[in-house]
Design a binder for this molecule. Sequence first.
Ligand code: HEC
Ligand code: HEC
Ligand code: HEC
Length: 482
Amino acid sequence: MTLFLTPIRPVLKGLSVAIVALACFRSPLYAQSLNHDDTTINADNATIERGHYLAIAADCAACHTAPNGGKAYAGGYGIASPFGPIFSTNITPSKRYGIGLYTFKEFKHALREGIRADGAHLYPAMPYTSYTKLSDNDILALYAYFMLKVQSVDVAAPTTKLPFPFNIRMSMIGWNLLFLDNTRFKPDPTQSNEVNKGHYLAIALAHCDTCHTPRNALMAERGSMALSGASLSSWYAPNITSDPKSGIGTWSNDELVTYLKTGDLPGKSQAGGPMAEAIEHSFQHLSDADLKAIATYIKQFPAYANPGVQAARDTYGKKSNEEASVRGLALNTRNHGEELFSAECAACHRPTGEGSPDHYYPQLFHNTALGAPYPDNLITTILMGIRRTVNGHTVYMPGFGKGSFVDSLSDQDIADIANYVEQQFGNPAVIIKAEDVHIIRTGGPKPLLAQIGPYIAPAMIFGLVIVISLGIIVLKRIQRKK
Ligand code: HEC
Ligand code: HEC
Ligand code: HEC
């Protein structure tokens, strides 16, 4: 038992502290300082405008607006967690159903420490671990915007009802003690203003790291592997450090800006899934100066090389000239994947894989989804398709998964197509099995999970904390009995 406990001892120590804290603070932790703060908001238009821009940069609407026509910021988006949906709350200034009665101090506690006005702990599905780095001025601007400009919506968001013991919000105290770095952003004096500005935008506001950084067993970000790539249920957020092979070291700053603004970088990459959403709702609306600063920061980010990566993922494959030879051949001489590619994909991506001349249909060679050493984004793209609206224009690729217009493709069919395109246009070392497709297909309740998968990770943690806490209590009991 001792042996088993050794590696997790520091964690257990933190948890013991958490349990003591839990025992001591029966009453809401901040009850004393809260509710005595009568900040009169007297913000000028410039502050409110800044707050509006910050809300976009931080993508508050992504979670606080229900999909399919939900009222702005009225909550009700069910963020999937393994224990059931965690509903975002109404953060309009409605006094009854929203945050209309929040004082500035309470608002600040919610954003920085994940503590609600009534003292209850928020689940980290709300990314307060990122927002904690925001400056006082910026939180004030956000507060002014939400209180004075956002339309009040007098409708209650659904209540989050997780099963016992996950409904004990106090368990978050332990996780916060271990993983919440409750400090503000500090500019690095050895770096340029541009890099520092980009750092603040990318990490405190846009929270790139919450998706692109892998997490440890307790679902906190692994600082030593920051931005080195992470699995987000069905999607994979690639390595975006400056490593020339594993990361995006060979992209120019302008290319990164173009990608963030449009989601389409011909001859390199297109954005689907959660990245497409972030571009749609947030990044495309940022100023060019801010996007440039983000690119400058990301491009100087220390390289992290993932083991075994041979070449940059946008360098694989070439145009296929199989079309000509294939035309003369009887269908039965072509392999199954090729046939399916011909039937389902070639109309748009062309049999040669070169896409359309205007790039609306992207080329498949020199495409990061196919050159990556993992097939996740390729399989997910085939299953779920792509829909991204930027600057009023929508790009659309239909999904081929269940519920789509072709419901008939089996896991093996999709593996066959994926293997064909990998061999023909992508990374030939990647071999896809029907099981791989099955895993991605059953990645959970589809639309929610597909869109917001990354936020499952933080949600899982409090479950683990409770399980371990209970474990400690049981161990203590056993020891006492002895
Ligand atoms: C990734 C999803 C996500 C994003 C982005 C997000 N939130 Fe939240 N937020 C949530 C969820 C989920 C809850 C409810 C969590 C719970 O019930 O424990 C929440 C709760 C809150 C609360 C507590 C309200 C209450 O009394 O219930 C406030 C205030 C809040 N968010 C403000 C913001 C602001 C301001 C932003 C942007 C700067 C933002 N959120 C961005 C998911 C998000
Ligand atoms: C909500 C999760 C999420 C957030 C937030 C996010 N990303 Fe991504 N990102 C992804 C996913 C998933 C992909 C893969 C998309 C695809 O291939 O279709 C991706 C792809 C990318 C790519 C393309 C890499 C390649 O090889 O094709 C770049 C560059 C990138 N992200 C940069 C950023 C930056 C910079 C930020 C912050 C400003 C950011 N991302 C924020 C999830 C996210
Ligand atoms: C109706 C036209 C259409 C069909 C059919 C189609 N695609 Fe696409 N495909 C698109 C569009 C549009 C995009 C997105 C372009 C963008 O993001 O700018 C895309 C994007 C892609 C990407 C890049 C995704 C990423 O995340 O980087 C891959 C890979 C891909 N398609 C493969 C396929 C395969 C394989 C098939 C057949 C199973 C297929 N497509 C069928 C139109 C289509």
